[in-house]
Design a protein around this ligand. Structure first.
Ligand code: PEP
Length: 242
């Protein structure tokens, strides 16, 4: 399936590969990376640099998403950035609900929903992350957790879901292609039940060049949200080419 991420428009057809750079790469490293990066044809590549590197990333041949976004246009919210500010820079979208935000910065389903709603209303694309912890999986609660996380999100043509099992983020442990497919099939069915068919579902969690092909070949996996491996241009290119 082929999807287009350009300009925050609808994802209507293809493969989407997004690189979450976390708190890595300042402006000069970002510029150098993107100047040497030639995304393969037929794949929509998104990079998500830290806030300070967004301006320099815009206009360098890939879509650019922030790693978070606030729900207010402006206000006394120290450390936050609004959708309108991102749009002014030429940024295409934002990640919301990443597990590192949920784990370390008190992000909740409610604040994730508010961030997603405001960003979509302002015209940005949104990649909303959902995923269970290792303990939730081991105690049979994966589907209940995902159902809850999904239920609060708005339905929107510019919304993309990233299934990121928390036990696989930055741990080197990847879901097997079949584990990913099982959850993606569940998410696809839930989205259909919520009247939101056609929403792309990405897999994230220790994706690398060596496992990307098998994961992306699964029928309900529409691409990937890649953390650590997206920091290396050769590795990220190999993942996008997979
Ligand atoms: C992420 O940060 O979204 C992620 C999936 O990280 P990693 O690929 O390093 O597990």
């Amino acid at each position: 399936m082929s999807r287009s991420a350009t300009g925050g428009g609808a994802y209507d057809v293809g493969v989407l590969v997004a690189g979450n750079w976390k708190m890595y790469k300042g402006p000069s490293e970002t510029a150098a990376f993107l100047d040497a990066f030639d995304p393969p044809l037929g794949v929509d590549v998104v990079v998500c640099p830290p806030y300070v590197s967004l301006a320099v990333a815009v206009g360098r041949g890939v879509s650019v998403y922030a790693q978070n976004v606030h729900w207010s246009t402006e206000g006394a919210f120290t450390g936050e950035v609004s959708a309108e500010m991102l749009l002014e820079l030429g940024v295409d979208g934002a990640i919301v609900g990443h597990s590192e935000r949920r784990q370390h910065f008190g992000e909740t389903d409610e604040t994730v929903a508010r961030r997603a709603e405001a960003a979509l209303a302002a015209g940005l694309g949104v990649i909303a992350c959902v995923g269970e912890t290792g303990e939730e999986r081991e105690t049979g609660r994966t589907e209940a957790v995902l159902r809850r996380q999904l239920s609060v999100l708005p339905r929107h043509e510019r919304l993309v879901i990233a299934y990121e099992p928390v036990w696989a983020i930055g741990t080197g442990r990847t879901a097997t292609p079949q584990q990913a497919q099982d959850v993606h099939g569940f998410l696809r069915a839930r989205l259909a039940a919520l009247g939101a068919e056609g929403i792309a579902v990405l897999y994230g969690g220790s994706v690398k060049a060596a496992n990307a092909g098998a994961l992306f070949a699964m029928p309900d996996v529409d691409g990937g949200l890649v953390g650590g491996a997206s920091l290396d241009a050769t590795e990220f290119l190999a993942i996008a080419a997979a």
